[in-house]
Design a protein around this ligand. Structure first.
Ligand code: NIG
Ligand code: FE
Length: 403
């Protein structure tokens, strides 16, 4: 139906945050229009308002009296991987910490091993159903990171696999180059190569829009991260960070200083990191699936919003720390585990998650925005944050087309 003009009618509640990133208390300012209609043309929203005021049009699509919200953005996934982490899972639930498994050569390093023996097309075939599960859960835009490569060729293979999966996928994908864990030996040369070889190649081949680094005791140091992010900026790429997942070693402060799009995780953030994020334009992306799966403390979502930060929520879909295939469930968990209100959680998963990817053309139901939206099973949008374990999403529309 893209291209045609369609008036979507019989919307019991049309619910939307404002256009663009929302900070602090503004995250709670949703507009709720009862008995609404929405005019879509060429995949873009042209008008929203009360049904009684709708402009005349040729074609109507009756949504049968349910609530409509914007399509969600999942701003943080590691959706390209092979192998599994089932043995890690069993060890962890019996008390072995995630970081210890990684330090012993398991964890991310074992996924890297399993991923390295797969071809691009095998990896793409593993990835596509994961994207489709996220889409059915409401995520019409999904970020995919690399990060399970032993070397530069393997990181590029993962980005290409993600591109292949993307070409088969009806939703939008944004690719990110992730530097996940440095090699056991030769890390100085590795970091130099990342800056002088890998990043220039990724930028010139348009393989990713952003560069992300896992800044942590068992991964990259703050100084290594600084060099990598600066190289990314030099080559015109956006920057993001995995920071404060286990220890607040300075990654958040660095990302804010360098104007990163987002800092993700934040489970170990304290008052200094919260203040740095609140004083910056960097989005604070929280990942409640990790809290649930690893049993970590929750990221301080409530304190971040109260301090005035812009908070986004993602699934962090990956085999080790968050096997969470539902953006709706991430939203619902952010309310329970990170103390967001339902309205804040909707904003976090829509306009703010898009802003965490540098996108301002989606996430709100307003003229000029992409017509990516969800029709729920319910007449009340709050079933979206409320429901656990069954999908409250009845149908997903991408650019005005129903899946
Ligand atoms: O976001 N912490 C680093 N990276 C991922 C985990 C990846 C993995 O365990 O395979 C994360 O949690
Ligand atoms: Fe992650």
């Amino acid at each position: 139906m893209t291209g045609a003009e369609t008036l979507f009618t019989n919307i019991c509640q049309l619910v939307t945050p404002g256009v663009g990133v929302q900070r602090g208390a503004a995250m709670r300012d949703l507009t709720v229009i009862p008995d609404a209609a929405m005019l879509v043309s060429g995949g873009v929203i042209h008008w929203v308002g009360p049904r009684a005021e709708a402009p005349g049009t040729a074609q109507e699509h009756d949504l049968s009296g349910v609530a409509v919200v914007p399509g969600l953005t999942d701003p943080h996934t590691h959706a390209v991987w092979a192998g599994d982490r089932l043995a890690d899972f069993e060890a962890r639930v019996q008390g072995v910490p995630y970081e210890e498994i990684l330090a012993r050569g398991g964890g991310i390093r074992s996924t890297t091993k399993a991923t390295s023996v797969r071809t691009e097309s095998e990896l793409a075939a593993l990835t596509l159903p994961r994207l489709e599960a996220l889409l059915r859960s409401g995520a019409t835009t999904i970020e995919i990171k690399s990060g399970y490569g032993h070397d530069f060729d393997e990181e590029i293979k993962i980005l290409q696999a993600s591109y292949f999966a993307e070409t088969e996928f009806i939703g939008s994908v944004v690719r990110t180059l992730l530097l996940h864990v440095p090699p056991v030996e030769g890390r100085k040369d590795y970091v130099r190569g990342v800056c002088e070889q890998l990043i220039p190649e990724v930028a010139s081949e348009n393989l990713a829009a952003a560069v992300d680094v896992f800044t942590e005791r068992e991964a990259f140091t703050v100084e290594e991260t600084r060099a990598i992010l600066q190289a990314a900026k030099t080559h015109g790429l956006q920057t993001k960070l995995h920071a404060d997942q286990f220890h607040a070693i300075g990654g958040t402060e660095l990302a804010c200083e360098l104007g990163a799009l987002s800092v993700d995780h934040l489970e170990a953030s304290g008052p200094a990191q919260i203040a740095a994020l609140a004083a910056s334009n960097t989005v604070a992306t929280i990942l409640p699936g990790v809290t649930l799966h690893l049993g970590l403390p929750a990221a301080p979502g409530r304190a971040l919003i109260d301090a005035g930060a812009a908070v986004a929520v993602g699934t962090d879909l990956n085999p080790g720390s968050s096997p969470l295939f539902s953006a709706q469930l991430a939203l619902a968990l952010a309310v329970r585990l990170c103390r967001l209100t339902p309205a804040e959680a909707l904003t976090a998963c829509t306009v703010n998650a898009a802003a965490a990817l540098g996108l301002s053309d989606r996430g709100a139901l307003a003229p000029g925005q992409r017509a990516d939206f969800l029709a729920l099973h319910s007449h009340d949008w709050r079933d979206l944050p409320y429901t656990l374990g069954a999908s409250p999403v009845r149908s997903v529309f991408v650019s005005g087309t129903e899946l």
